[in-house]
Each structure stands twice: as structure tokens, then as C-alpha cells.
Design a protein around this ligand. Structure first.
Ligand SMILES: [Zn+2]
Length: 476
């Protein structure tokens, strides 16, 4: 077949064009596989609801191995999958900077109210949507890429410590299948942690009076202790609703509830609270700042309550909370007097050893002895971490990426895996290393959980700075 020279030229040009397109395609595929946003999007697609983490674990383990990191499975059973990735093999037993993240997420019960399906990993308008986008799949990706950056830019001989990322299951269900396993003596001696960095506070604006536009990073060094109580009243009273009785289980329980509600709030300015109040007071300045720094002075006693109640974070810092979460009777008809009544309290206590016994003593004093008080569940006893060199390293790393920000220690109102490490005396600090706005915070455990793409690169930058600091002489 004869082809004119112009046709031959056209065919050649077309072939070259297709070759070029194919090359671009291969290039973008191989690069996408190294793009944290693409990887996080894929990770968000894995439905790793507590108890079903293994698929997510295998995905991340494979990724870490692709990046040349050492990996070790710490536990693998039907309901748990825990592993770690490190720069050095664990058998070297080097003291380690340990980063922790949990692979499990809470369910997305109201999936229909989501803008995009909760397990679609949709990227829209430079924002990633999906269950776990903030809590806390993004932090895992930030930690992995920071470790990858260090591996690629610093020669191993200049890394005198091990850098380990621990990926755990079951944080959302209390950490028994995850962090609790990793603090077993045989595993903790393998990890050999100097410090733990995990979830906790984050970068927020609109938190300091008079400095609404300034960015404040809260790094948690302590957590409230959770204590779940059950109060059960049992009274043998007349069974028919038509016979009035002053003494019923419901009335007895209601009286107890009323007494608990009427108990005067205790304000405890302990050493940990003082540190935070000092940082906040310095930042705030003026009379209010001065009062905050000296909140335990008797002269300021009359102002205390007003100041504390003006700010939720302040209230958390110096008071216990007792939340009545449910009241129950066994099922029955309206004309049946219930013989038992039960109330449940979610108490969040300041992290001092004395708070739990003090609360129990108070309850036994004010509640009718016919009411049985029992503890259903509680978080481990964990003292606050001191604001030591590791806190300072995290603070400096945040400031390198956000030079105008303020960094303040935080008493986290809920319990996370960090408490397990604090309970065995290890320093643990929690921060999401990026800026969070109101709608991001509101999306955690709710619908439309999301993270902007910029937050991912910011977080990687903070964690890279953090790890870099541990390769210098200052912290060696
Ligand atoms: Zn979490």
C-alpha cells in the first residue's frame, strides 16, 4: 500500500502524540501513588470501623514498605490489627520518638446527610471528605510522609534515635484492642519510647479574648479521666399505678440526681492548670490575663466563677464534670410502678489521683444508701506529662511552619490513646498539626467530616520539622 509522505508524517505525528500521552499517564499514575492527598483519599475509602481495621492496616503497611520503612506487626487477631513502621529495625532497641495514630473510625450513621458518601474519599474544591478525615486518618498520612521525607533527606547515620509510627486499632472503643496492647511490657520494651506524639488539640482561632484573629495551637499534655457510673435504685413499692406511694424507685433516684446537681462546683487550680493559665494569661495580657495567671489568689476568688464560665476551655481545666446521660426503667405499662430506676453518669475528672476517691466519697455521703453505685468503665489513671524538652520540640516545630502562632498546653476534655502511655509514666503530647475551623471541628464524629488539602501539607511540614529536631545535637 502506498502512503504519501504527508500521510506518513501524520501517522508518525499521531504515534508520537500517543506515546507522549501514555508517558504522561504513566508519570501521573506513578506520581499519584506518592501524593499524600491521593493516598489519604484511598485510605478514607477503607471502611475501618472499630473492630474492622485489618484492611486499613494492610494498606498502610504495604505503603510504608514501598517507602522503604521497616514494619513489624504487633498484634493480629480477629478484632485487632496493630503494627508499626520505623526507620531502624526494632531489634536495634534504639530509644525512639514514637508517633501514634488510630486506624479505626466511628460509623457514619447518617450517611444520607453527607454531601458526598462517607467512604468515597471525595476530593472537591481542595478539600477531602470522608469519615476519619480529621479523626484521625490524616495524621497517619502526615506521619508517614514526614518519615519518608526524613529517610530521603537525612543520612541514616545522622539519625541516632529510632522514629516509629504505631498504627493501632480500637481507639474509638476505648483502646483495649489497640494502645492497651502496645503498652504490654514485651511490646513497650521493643518500641523503647522516649516520647509519644498523637492526637489531641489543634490550631484554632477565636479562642483568646481580644486576639480573635490570632492562631493558637493547643498541644494536649493531659487528659480528663473518664469515669462512667451507674446509680441503681431498687424499692419494693406497691405495683399498681392507682395507689399513690411516696416511696418509689423513681422518686428515690430523682432525689439523688437533684442532690448531685445541687452540689457546689469545686474549682481546682493544680500544677497542670497553672501552666496553661500562665500561658493563656501571658497571651491575653491586661487585667484578665493577670487574673488568669493568679487564679488561685484569694483576692480573685469572687471573680473566679465568672471568668471560668466565660470560656469552655477554662472550665474544663479547673473543674470536674458530671453529665447525666441516661435514666432508665425496665419496660412496662404506664399503670405499673417501676421497682428499679437507673441513672448513668459520664464523669470527666481532673487528672489528679485524688479526684476519683473524693468523688466516690461525696456520692456515698449525699446519695441515699439504698441506691447502689457502681463503676461501669474508667480510663487509666494518667498523670499530666511535664512540659519538658519534647513539648518544646513540638512547640518549635509548629512555630517553624506557623511563625505567628501561639502554642499553649491543653488539658484535653476527652480520653485518647495518649492516656495509656501516660499511665505507664511516658511523656505523651497530642496535637493535630494544622489549622481547624469551626465547621471542621463540628464534622468530627458527625457528617461531612473534612480536611482541606493545605492542612495535609502543613501537617507533614510540622512533623518533618519535629523529626528533624531529633537528628540534631540539641536533643541527641
Ligand atoms: Zn481519634
Amino acid at each position: 500500500m502506498y502512503l504519501s509522505s504527508s500521510s506518513q508524517f501524520m501517522i508518525k505525528a499521531c504515534l508520537n502524540y500517543f506515546k507522549f500521552c501514555f508517558f504522561i499517564f504513566l508519570y501521573s499514575v506513578s506520581h499519584a501513588q506518592e501524593d499524600p492527598v491521593y493516598i489519604l483519599s484511598n485510605y478514607l475509602k477503607i471502611r475501618s470501623i472499630s473492630g474492622q481495621e485489618k484492611e486499613a492496616g494492610l494498606y498502610l503497611k504495604n505503603l510504608c514498605e514501598k517507602f522503604g520503612l521497616e514494619t513489624t506487626v504487633l498484634s493480629d487477631s480477629d478484632s485487632t490489627y496493630n503494627f508499626c513502621a520505623s526507620i531502624w529495625p526494632l531489634n536495634k532497641k534504639l530509644p525512639a520518638v514514637v508517633m501514634i495514630n488510630h486506624m479505626d473510625v466511628v460509623p457514619a450513621n447518617e450517611a444520607s446527610t453527607w454531601k458526598y458518601p462517607p467512604f468515597s474519599g471525595t476530593i472537591s474544591n481542595d478539600t477531602l471528605y470522608g469519615r476519619g478525615a480529621i479523626d484521625m486518618k490524616s495524621l497517619a498520612i502526615m506521619q508517614i510522609f514526614a518519615l519518608k521525607n526524613i529517610k530521603e533527606t537525612i543520612q541514616k547515620e545522622f539519625i541516632p534515635k529510632n522514629f516509629i509510627i504505631v498504627f493501632v486499632s480500637g481507639e474509638e472503643t476505648g483502646g483495649i484492642n489497640g494502645a492497651k496492647i502496645t503498652i504490654r511490657p514485651e511490646i513497650i520494651s521493643l518500641l523503647n519510647p522516649l516520647v509519644i506524639f498523637g492526637e489531641g488539640g489543634g490550631g484554632l482561632r477565636n479562642v483568646i479574648d481580644g486576639k480573635e484573629n490570632e492562631l493558637c495551637f493547643f498541644v494536649s499534655n493531659a487528659e480528663k479521666k473518664s469515669l462512667w457510673l451507674k446509680l441503681e435504685a431498687t424499692v419494693k413499692s406497691g405495683g399498681h399505678g392507682s395507689i399513690p406511694s411516696g416511696k418509689t424507685a423513681n422518686k428515690l433516684l430523682l432525689k439523688a440526681i437533684q442532690k448531685i446537681e445541687e452540689t457546689e462546683e469545686r474549682i481546682v487550680v493544680d500544677r497542670n492548670a497553672k501552666q496553661t493559665l500562665k500561658a493563656l494569661g501571658n497571651l491575653m495580657g491586661g487585667f484578665k490575663g493577670f487574673v488568669l495567671k493568679h487564679l488561685n489568689w484569694w483576692i480573685f476568688k469572687p471573680f473566679r466563677k465568672k471568668i471560668i464560665h466565660s470560656n469552655e476551655a477554662l472550665q474544663t481545666l479547673v473543674t470536674n464534670s458530671y453529665q447525666l446521660t441516661r435514666i432508665q426503667n425496665p419496660t412496662g405499662s404506664v399503670n405499673q410502678v417501676s421497682q428499679t430506676a437507673t441513672a448513668y453518669y459520664d464523669c470527666r475528672l481532673l487528672p489528679n489521683k485524688s479526684e476519683r476517691p473524693l468523688l466516690m466519697k461525696l456520692l456515698f455521703r449525699i446519695v441515699d444508701p439504698r441506691i447502689k453505685i457502681s463503676v461501669i468503665d474508667e480510663s487509666p489513671e494518667a498523670e499530666p506529662s511535664r512540659l519538658d524538652i519534647h513539648y518544646e520540640v513540638m512547640k518549635a516545630s509548629i512555630l517553624k511552619v506557623f511563625p505567628k502562632a501561639h502554642v499553649i498546653p491543653l488539658l484535653f476534655p476527652a480520653t485518647t490513646d495518649n492516656s495509656y502511655y501516660r499511665s505507664i509514666g511516658l511523656p505523651a503530647f497530642g496535637v493535630l498539626p494544622f489549622e481547624l475551623n469551626k465547621s471542621m471541628i463540628e464534622s468530627v464524629h458527625a457528617n461531612n467530616e473534612k480536611i482541606p488539602v493545605k492542612a495535609i501539607s502543613d501537617g507533614i511540614a510540622v512533623y518533618t520539622e519535629l523529626l528533624k529536631s531529633y537528628t540534631t545535637k540539641i536533643t541527641r
